[in-house]
Write a protein that binds this ligand. Sequence first.
Ligand SMILES: NC(=O)c1ccc[n+]([C@@H]2O[C@H](COP(=O)([O-])OP(=O)(O)OC[C@H]3O[C@@H](n4cnc5c(N)ncnc54)[C@H](OP(=O)(O)O)[C@@H]3O)[C@@H](O)[C@H]2O)c1
Length: 267
Amino acid sequence: MFNELSKLSNGVFIPRLGFGTYLIDEKDAAAAVRAAISCGYRHIDTAQAYENEHAVGEGVLTSGVKREDIFVTSKVMAEYKSYDRAVSSIKESLDALKLGWIDLMLIHCPQPWAEYGGEYRYPEENRAVWKALEEAYDSGLVRAIGISNFNEWDTDNILAAAKVRPMVNQFACFAGYTDTGLIEKCFAEQIVPEAYSPLGHGEVFKNERLKETARKYGVTVAQLCIRYTLQLGMISIPKSVNPERILENTRVEFEISPEDMVTLRSM
Ligand SMILES: NC(=O)c1ccc[n+]([C@@H]2O[C@H](COP(=O)([O-])OP(=O)(O)OC[C@H]3O[C@@H](n4cnc5c(N)ncnc54)[C@H](OP(=O)(O)O)[C@@H]3O)[C@@H](O)[C@H]2O)c1
């Protein structure tokens, strides 16, 4: 089991391999989280938008592992762009998870999903939501705070007004889709970059080049792709509901050569 930790800028440790729960139904999420924890995962990623926080919390509490040994992330809905709505939604997440505290709370997206990629980037609104996260952090109910899907400009907008700097930026990264500039920006700002969809939401399994490279290392395409994001220095949070795959995705203790890293990065 891969069990390295990264240190966030406030000294909190985050397990570098996490378990994603997007599209896991509320009815299946507790069992999936228990399966992940029994395979060794100590980091679970959920969000208000996934509508499974209650079951994720139940999975953690019934896993047989102490609450303080599991790192749980949630995210404020992309659509909540006011201070008041962010404050109440953080309280709703704490109530739904029932875990006492949240280890990492993110702003899910700088824009509401319906406007994703649009011109207006909600600068003042995101600063207002950030203030709500800072207050939750100061209260101790949230141990670390961060952003998700924020590009360089969105990140600078928060940094320019922040009392507490973002500790994490979670964004899509997989072999064939790597934003090197954003990863470097994160490292320069002491923000830990986190790769979501490290399996390209399932797309990587169709790629012949990845199959061939995985064969060379004697691993599966999933293991190659998860290892790729970890070797970029990122946190990686693959999702599966299948217990065998959940376990398979933890077996990533091999080394991709520098040449193959370049190929995977530039695919
Ligand atoms: N911040 C954001 O905006 C954002 C956006 C997207 C995702 N995320 C987070 O990142 C997590 C991961 O991303 P994702 O769910 O989009 O996709 P992903 O982890 O890249 O891929 C998941 C897909 O791959 C399949 N899979 C997993 N392991 C496999 C294996 N070993 N062999 C074959 N197939 C395998 C899964 O199917 P089975 O389940 O059937 O195994 C599922 O279809 C999410 O769950 C969520 O927590 C965050």
